[in-house]
Design a protein around this ligand. Structure first.
Ligand SMILES: N[C@@H](CCC(=O)N[C@@H](CS)C(=O)NCC(=O)O)C(=O)O
Length: 202
């Protein structure tokens, strides 16, 4: 078995889990929860960066980050499945980078509130990150993926939007109707999207 170190709310972990589902590899992966804040968690020995997701292979080697893991899973599934050959490859990888950037900028805004006291918040920094998200959403709204797309660009974008739904109350939807419609269609067509949805405890 492959072991995926992740946590239920991680959008990058979700990207890997949906990729595995789309590739038919979910039953080869055991998910072992990781606590990125716990210095005693073996995660920090597996990935010195202390970040999730990390994938432990059968020989004990560890792959990170999510881009490397999805590349590995695609290879394991025969190659060219969710990361196709050129010419589509580079457009899809760039969409993945855009979506990963949304997740990075969104996570940094959340960490600001977790790692700093309210009187230490830096609004200029939060606005800087929020503007990245807004510009990236505008770019994606101008040209959403095709409805039937199941490649790593579409999967990553769905995870980014799902994370904005989870942590920012879905406020992005009002200004991005094409993207909202695209996400709803993706969710309806990819069972792995709903099955990996994290709902915060009440
Ligand atoms: N570029 C990384 C980003 C991973 C990432 O930011 N993971 C977050 C959780 S979603 C994390 O581990 N945060 C803990 C930390 O930064 O210490 C990837 O694609 O896997």
């Amino acid at each position: 078995m492959l072991v995926l170190r992740s946590s239920p709310a991680s959008p990058f972990g979700r990207k890997v889990r949906i990729a595995a589902a789309v590739l038919g590899l979910s039953d080869r992966i055991e998910i072992v929860a990781a606590d990125t804040n716990d210095p005693g968690d073996s995660l920090r020995r597996q990935n010195p960066l202390g970040k999730i997701p990390a994938l432990v292979l059968e020989d004990g080697a560890v792959l990170y980050d999510s881009r490397v893991i999805v590349e590995y899973l695609d290879w394991l599934a025969g190659g060219g499945k969710i990361i196709p050959a050129a010419p589509g490859r580079f457009r899809i990888l760039t969409l993945q980078a855009l979506a990963d950037g949304i997740m990075d900028a969104a996570i940094l805004q959340i960490y600001e509130t977790r790692f700093r006291q309210p009187d230490q918040y830096v609004p200029k920094w939060q606005d800087h990150q929020a503007a990245k998200v807004e510009r990236a959403l505008e770019r994606a709204e101008a040209a959403p993926p095709e409805a039937a797309a199941r490649d790593i660009g579409a999967i990553a974008l769905a995870c980014a939007l799902g994370y904005l739904d989870l942590r920012f109350g879905g406020r992005w939807r009002a200004g991005h109707p094409r993207l909202a419609a695209w996400l709803d269609a993706f969710a309806a067509g990819v069972p792995g999207f709903e099955s990996t949805r994290f709902t915060a405890p009440a």
